[in-house]
Design a protein around this ligand. Structure first.
Ligand code: MF3
Ligand code: CO
Ligand code: CO
Length: 257
């Protein structure tokens, strides 16, 4: 790989490890009774202590450090004084900006014991993200990612959100290409060495349609059924891919303790 790509990868690795480290840290605290503002504060402290900044904070007017999306919230939930209760499922999405580069990752958390149905949705969503990652290979097409995810998810009886997608990332938070989580094999842009982008499928229990609430951010499922999401930032290498936001503690999907 060229020096330019080596440097991009080295810096994304660092930003990515701050973001994934924040999620590792949160797993100690997420339990019934915690507010999403408390999650946001913990996230802020961790990112700050690690010499990084939160990319979402003040991004297009977003008011908080991370996104907290519980139950029927698909993505971009805004931390508030809302208290999490036993049985809730919640996605926390963290993007660290360090030394000019971004690392973007999210995971689901269980709040106490959750329903069998919720577990099935969360496990399917994690596996779907991994299916999308495992097909990554030089010169394959972006459509292969979407095809792998959609095929897996629909077989399980769940649906793939169309209104939000993964994205190129680097010195800029969101850039081309759009990475769709549904699609057709061998269609779309070809994967090239050095490309860095996210894969972040949002999977719904019911219909895939979403709507955005009046706060201009919070996206929810149209049918108020559950939604789940996981996200990694990855880079394309000569022999496949590198995940920049893997948990260093093996905290890949819940339960974490
Ligand atoms: N981290 C989200 C993503 O995966 C984007 C959050 S932007 C915000 O792309 F403004 F909503 F925080
Ligand atoms: Co993202
Ligand atoms: Co994100």
């Amino acid at each position: 790989m060229s020096d330019k790509f080596q440097e991009a990868f080295a810096k994304t690795r660092i930003a990515g490890s701050v973001a994934s480290g924040a999620l590792d840290e949160l797993s100690k605290f997420i339990e019934p009774g915690i507010s999403t503002n408390k999650i946001d504060n913990l996230c802020y402290e961790f990112i700050n202590d690690n010499g990084a900044f939160s990319a979402p904070l003040f991004y297009r007017g977003f008011p908080k450090t991370c996104c907290t999306s519980a139950n029927h919230i698909v993505c971009h939930g805004i931390p508030s004084d809302k208290i999490l209760r036993e049985g809730d499922i919640i996605n926390v999405d963290v993007t660290a900006f360090k030394d000019g580069w971004h690392g973007d990752t999210s995971r689901m958390f269980y709040v106490g014991e959750v329903s069998v149905r919720a577990k099935k949705l969360v496990e399917t969503t994690y596996e779907a993200m991994m299916k999308g990652i495992e097909v990554l290979t030089l010169n394959s097409h972006l459509g292969n990612i979407g095809e792998a995810i959609q095929n897996y998810v629909e077989k399980k009886g769940f649906s793939v959100v169309r209104d939000f997608c993964g994205h190129g990332i680097g010195e800029v938070f969101h850039k081309e290409p759009n990475v769709l989580h549904y699609g057709i094999k061998d269609v779309g842009k070809k994967l090239e060495v050095g490309m860095i982008f996210t894969i972040e499928p949002m999977i719904n229990e019911g219909v895939y349609e979403t709507k955005v609430l009046n706060d201009g951010w919070t996206a929810v499922t149209k049918d108020k059924k559950l939604s789940a999401q996981f996200e990694h930032t990855i880079g394309i290498t000569n022999d496949g891919y590198e995940i920049f936001t893997a948990s260093k503690k093996g905290l890949n999907f819940p339960p974490y303790k």
